[in-house]
Write a protein that binds this ligand. Structure first.
Ligand code: SF4
Length: 419
């Protein structure tokens, strides 16, 4: 998992926008934060374990002054630099890549695979073409060069969007980076497209014919920030529409609708609006917790999940509650919360899930690690309901996702739902 950002202009120090643009992607990964900047003479690198805010205090930004800058938040140390046929490539990427069986790149993955493939080509765009043709998985990438920033998107699962502000051109995993930096959205980078950002604007260098395009459906359901616009769809609105559809398709009498925060929030707003049932959050999410999927170890993910939510007993006691969550992986988090809510006197607990039952681990770099982790791949929905001690349990369907995103199923990645 990663969030990537880049900004280019001429004779303009962009490190403040680099800092903010990357900081506003922090929800995508929290393990490493790194920058590379170019000031016309030399490249500065700085990366470390930790959050962008911790790694880059003001004094550090002073040292990193530059007008061509890239940055990332990631589960591995980035930016990466590699010497290739065409010189030095300095890049940050979001994705999960492994070699196709018939290629010479066996044993390489992710950044080492990108480095290997790109370094053998005589320009960035040819490297991207080789990645698309010889590698399995999906990716988005930004690369710092003397002339500006190259950015590219693979098959579509990893978002990448372009923006501009006062002679600077920017690219980011999510438009959330642009809002408080005053950068205006230009458009999404298209799947298969390679662009070059300079102080003169954005130029398409190459456009590969990607068939079929697959957008990362889980971005709208969970991963992306609600304020982001991903491939033309505001994330909060997609979530709201999923909630509305759940209310219409799976109604139930209850006193309150509550999200499991934070990602269940907008789905729950939609459910409450469509059902007419009071929106009443019963959990406070502790501000100093991480997202529970971002730690690398399961034991740490469980710890985050267990400690991040604080229920308010007086809002729970005697209530029939509809809980809205983005997904169920193992079911342990839901079961733990349900036990606590029952102890606090909840009368009924109905759960509505904003995506279909998860059947497989994502092979493109997100959330669950093993197919075997997915409870829905082992037992039926009825059995999950019984195991989690719920009064009812319903999941969103693929047609709900199609309708809520406005994209047909052919353009949506549905692999983690077994489709
Ligand atoms: S498999 Fe699921 S989580 Fe992975 S890219 Fe596809 S939709 Fe997203």
């Amino acid at each position: 998992m990663a969030g990537i950002f880049g900004i280019a202009s001429k004779h303009n120090n962009n490190t403040e926008d680099l800092f903010l643009g990357t900081h506003y992607l922090q929800h995508r990964a929290q393990e490493y934060g790194g920058f590379a900047t170019f000031n016309g003479y030399r490249v500065h690198f700085e990366s470390d374990k930790g959050l962008v805010r911790q790694n880059f205090p003001k004094e550090k930004l002073e040292e990193l002054k530059g007008d061509i800058c890239i940055g990332s938040v990631s589960t591995e140390n980035q930016p990466i630099h590699v010497l290739g046929k065409a010189g030095t490539f300095i890049f940050c990427f979001d994705g999960n890549l492994r070699p196709s069986k018939e290629t010479e790149y066996q044993g390489f993955r992710d950044s080492s695979l990108i480095s290997r493939v790109i370094s053998q080509e005589d320009c960035f765009e040819k490297g991207i073409e080789s990645l698309v043709n010889q590698v399995e998985g999906d990716f988005a990438i930004v690369s710092l060069a003397r002339e500006g920033i190259y950015a590219a998107r693979g098959l579509g699962r990893k978002p990448l969007i372009l923006g501009q502000k006062n002679g600077s051109y920017a690219v980011s995993s999510e438009s959330n980076s642009f809002i408080n930096t005053g950068i205006k959205i230009i458009r999404d980078v298209e799947p298969g497209e390679v662009v070059l950002l300079t102080s003169d604007g954005v130029e398409t260098v190459t456009k590969l014919d990607i068939q079929p395009i697959k957008y990362g459906t889980f971005e709208w359901v969970y991963t992306a920030y609600p304020a982001s616009i991903i491939d033309g769809r505001l994330v909060a609105n997609v979530r709201r529409r999923i909630g509305e559809a759940l209310a219409k398709q799976f109604p139930v009498e209850a006193d309150i609708v509550s999200p499991v925060p934070n990602s269940g929030r907008w789905h729950a707003v939609g459910y409450a609006e469509a059902s007419g049932i009071t929106f009443q959050p019963i959990f406070i999410r502790y501000d100093y917790s991480d997202r529970s999927f971002t730690p690398q170890q399961q034991i740490d993910r469980d710890f985050e999940a267990k400690t991040k939510l604080i229920p308010i007993e007086s809002l729970v006691e005697g209530k029939r509650i509809i809980l809205i969550d983005d997904s169920i992986v193992r079911g342990t988090q839901t079961r733990n919360q349900v036990i606590r809510l029952r102890e606090m006197g909840a009368k009924e607990i109905h759960v509505r899930i904003a995506c279909p039952p998860l059947m497989h681990a994502c092979s493109y770099g997100q959330t669950t690690k093993e197919d075997n982790d997915c409870i829905a791949s082992k037992i039926s929905i009825k059995e999950i309901q019984e195991k989690l001690k719920l009064d009812s349990l319903e999941y969103a369907t693929i047609p709900i996702l199609e309708k809520s995103t406005g994209y047909p199923r052919e353009m949506l990645c549905l692999e983690c739902w077994g489709k």
